[in-house]
Ligand binder design. Structure first.
Ligand code: AMP
Length: 619
């Protein structure tokens, strides 16, 4: 007998899901369907995406509702438009052999009139994001007085997005006797609280994850406008001076174009695709393996099976057409027990694809912000400082030149000397990144919004609404950005939505919160300990607004770099085309970031250098 029949699902539904390829129930379906089918329990399911939870609640709903009646009987609330559409579509698929089942998707960013029309025609299942749902309730366009079941899907995410109050308001329009089923990937205190508030002695279920992939890979995505993609990509690379990465493109042409553009901009990159001869491919791979190449730009096919250890980043310059390819791509990093980051640079329309990948791999992506020009400069500066600190000196070889070098610097103070050394590369980045625009595009319920009209959401978007805080925990404490966000929110009881940029360093990190939340964070962390160590929070010396002011009104883009900035050992000859050379003239830079007047050598003040009084020379 079909195992779904054994669980109590009727034939016409089982036939429909068989066509979808559901042969056996997933663990969460196996355990929750019999409980939910009784229709008499509140329910809490701790489950990741990709575990089959939509069917776990969708199939019982189809069993329990009366489809001869045309009024709302079930309400499914979820955080995003993509998930809303996905759930609606799934339930429609499960019920395609049933009569008179009406499911409506209610979400922002689409015509409300269409949705109102569908509701008016009669629906039994409403799948909704909270904002638009409340709008429709406020218009008195829906009657929830006979709702029997409410599903809160991805409850943690809804709370993170600040929907608590909307959910309260929506649920207050539903009858007290309804049953509430809550699904959440994590169970922070806030979710516990709503479980307690809305439920009566719920049945609780915790499920493992399906196909979590490599647990050491952190998945991140950046949302940018399509025209900013190349510039954003370069900025991410510049922000990771020690990157040793594979960049995936969708086509050979794109692979070639990106590699050529990077090479032209002075990056240590090369391409790997099917139009190269075997010999050329071997040569590229040899350089990459030996780390004489920092960025390998590749197609899926050409990169299949690359087994280079220590790849720090996989960058999906374009998302793959097939979701499975994403797993193959990201599996090029975090090999042999190492950790790695898989980055996707997407535009708002591709967000649905990210969600689809999340479902397939059963892991959440972290939404990351394209670093500001300031962040890049800071990162590069300290990278140089560390390199100088750690460099191995060839005493024997340098010995003979030492007297001349010392003579050249004899009038320099130690501080002056250090500043000059650090400035060799730093100046170049300052120059490139003066007035660099914010490249982050953001999405809210399906609409793309420019940062500027979002209000002061984060440091990079608003003048001085955010405060940058220091915390004495970092990557050595095994925090990544997502973990740290969760930890901060749990401890200080602020919404994840209000936390701005998070910058995880080694033994410490920085994060930004709205000025009005600083007190709350301090109070929440008072006396807090992490693994027996007191946790310290301090206002970072560098306030957000100060940073911007000191930069003379922001940064400029650019981003071309010289080979000189990379780890030693790469060779300029050998099939790679031009690299290196001093590109300060900015004359042949490409990418969307370049601004007016290309070429003037500017410093932090934003004034062309030639216009400024010459500094007194000390030698
Ligand atoms: P979900 O967690 O509901 O987003 O489901 C994740 C993916 O697993 C979706 O693509 C579902 O279509 C699929 N799926 C759910 N249940 C089953 C099942 N019993 N057998 C095969 N695939 C399933």
């Amino acid at each position: 007998m079909n195992p779904f029949i054994q669980l109590g699902i009727r034939h016409d539904i089982v036939n429909a899901i068989s066509e979808l390829g559901f042969e056996n129930p997933t663990p969460i379906q196996e355990q929750s369907i019999p409980v939910l089918l009784t229709g008499s329990n509140d329910f809490v399911g701790l489950a990741q995406t990709g575990t089959g939870k939509t069917a776990a609640f969708g199939l019982p709903l189809l069993e329990l509702l009366d489809f001869e009646e045309n009024h709302p009987q079930a309400l499914v609330l979820c955080p995003t438009r993509e998930l809303c559409l996905q759930i609606t579509n799934d339930i429609k698929n499960y019920s395609k052999k049933m009569d008179n089942v009406h499911v409506v998707a209610v979400y922002g960013g689409a015509s409300i009139m269409d949705q109102l029309r569908q509701i008016k025609r009669g629906v039994q299942i409403v799948v909704a994001t909270p904002g638009r749902m409340l709008d429709i309730i406020n218009r008195k366009a829906i009657d929830f007085s006979r709702v029997k079941f409410v599903v809160l899907d991805e409850a943690d995410e809804m709370l993170n997005m600040g929907f608590q109050e909307d959910i309260d308001n929506i649920l207050s329009t539903t009858p007290n006797e309804k049953k509430t089923w809550l699904f959440s990937a994590t169970m922070p205190a806030e979710v516990r609280r709503i479980a307690k508030k809305y439920m009566d002695n719920p049945f609780e279920l915790t499920m493992g994850e399906k196909n979590t992939g490599n647990a050491n890979i952190e998945h991140e995505y950046y949302i940018v406008r399509a025209r900013d993609k190349y510039a954003a990509f370069k900025r991410i690379v510049d922000f990771n001076p020690d990157i040793f990465g594979i960049v995936f493109c969708r086509t050979k042409i794109e692979t070639q174009d990106i590699a050529e553009a990077l090479i032209k901009d002075g990056y240590n990159a090369d391409s790997l695709h099917g139009d190269l001869s075997q010999q050329q491919r071997d040569k590229v791979m040899k350089r990459y393996r030996e780390r004489n190449l920092q960025l390998l730009i590749a197609t899926d096919v050409a990169a299949r099976g690359i087994d280079v250890n220590d790849v720090t980043h996989v960058i999906n310059y374009s998302l793959p057409d097939e979701v499975e390819n994403y797993t193959h791509r990201s599996g090029r990093t975090a090999r042999a027990g190492k950790t790695g980051v898989s980055i996707s640079i997407v535009n708002a329309k591709e967000l649905g694809k990210i969600r689809q990948i999340e479902r397939t791999i059963g892991k959440k992506f972290v939404k990351a912000e394209i670093p500001t020009g300031f962040d890049v400069c800071e990162k590069q500066l300290f990278s140089i400082v560390h390199k100088v600190h750690n460099v191995t000196v060839n005493e024997e070889q340098i010995e003979q030149y030492l007297p001349r070098i010392l003579d050249e610097f004899k009038d320099f103070s130690k501080e002056d000397f250090i500043k000059r050394f650090a400035s060799i590369e730093f100046n170049r980045f300052l120059d490139y990144y003066q007035n660099a625009p914010d490249l982050n595009a953001s999405v809210e319920e399906g609409r793309i919004r420019e940062r500027d009209d979002r209000g002061p959401r984060s440091a990079s978007s608003g003048p001085s609404a955010y405060t940058r805080l220091f915390i004495n925990l970092g990557s050595v404490d095994e925090f990544n950005r997502g973990d740290l966000l969760g930890y901060i929110c749990n401890t200080s009881k602020i919404s994840g939505r209000s936390v701005g940029k998070i910058d995880v360093k080694g033994v410490y990190s920085f994060f930004e919160v709205p000025n009005e939340d600083v007190e709350k964070v301090n109070a929440g962390f008072a006396g807090a300990e992490y693994k027996g160590r007191p946790v310290r929070i301090e206002v970072s010396g560098e306030g957000t607004s100060d940073r911007r002011e000191s930069s003379g009104g922001g940064y400029r883009g650019g981003g071309e770099r010289r080979e000189g900035g990379y780890r030693g050992g790469e060779r300029r000859e050998g099939g790679g085309g031009y690299r290196g050379g001093d590109r300060r003239d900015g004359g042949n830079n490409r990418g969307g970031e370049r601004r007016e007047g290309g070429g003037g050598f500017r410093d932090f003040s934003g004034k062309p250098r030639e216009d400024r009084p010459e500094r007194k020379r000390r030698f």
